[in-house]
Design a protein around this ligand. Sequence first.
Ligand SMILES: [Zn+2]
Length: 283
Amino acid sequence: MITLVRRVAAACVLGAALAACGTAPVPQRAERPPARPSAAPSRPPTLAPGPAGLTPVFRNGPRHTPAKTVALTFDADMTAGQGERAARGERFDNPRLIGTLRALKVPATVFMTGRWAEEYPAQARSIGRDPLFEVANHSYSHYAFTDDCYGLPTIDDSQARMRADVERAFAAFRAVGVDHAMPYFRFPGGCYDRRALRALSATGVTAVQWDVVGGDAFATDADAVAREVLAGVRPGSVVVLHCTSSAAPATERAVRAVVPVLRERGFRFVKVSELIGATGDRR
Ligand SMILES: [Zn+2]
């Protein structure tokens, strides 16, 4: 499984370089506006823990359903050490992509690092408060949770630190006004093992992998990315893409190509929570 995970994960990682995801390039404010009154959200669906209480891992939704659904997911990567690059003007966000998803009314799940939320607080808040999207956890630092994960720096060797990194991301989301981040976690690089799953069991998250790799990291050919996605999607698929103009510059164009074709094939775009909610082994 790990082998598969690692092969598939190649697109996600690509070193610490992969960056982030965003919305409109609005002025960034660190302070938090007053909370909007809203009804208490219902508890998001999660999977039941795995054997020995391990963090459950979700890869795709049910294949045989009356209606065909697919979830596009976008990793908003920013590594803890990339602040200087951002300060020099490198863009770890991709406002155009988020704008396109909104224009096309495509729901999506954004796996955001805590560091990214700190860099782009207004965008994080905007995504987090838009019912079209859901924000999920992609760690605070984007450090790997296993050794030998595509050259990513590895998180310190203790399970407590792994857990702390995940909790720190949730805290970063809350600090910028993302009040209802989903209890879903995507391992940086998709790299995990039993130890990592054990480390996160107390957090209550469901780990979310994928079954379709868009291959958009460092890709410049949007048509090639679109072909990969279209060739891979089946009912219940989870597609991994990225939301960073610096490290995944073709993604927005690929999305524009993919969305009408999948709709023509009868697919409905959903968020990961809907796929998890449709599985039989929910908590
Ligand atoms: Zn990532």
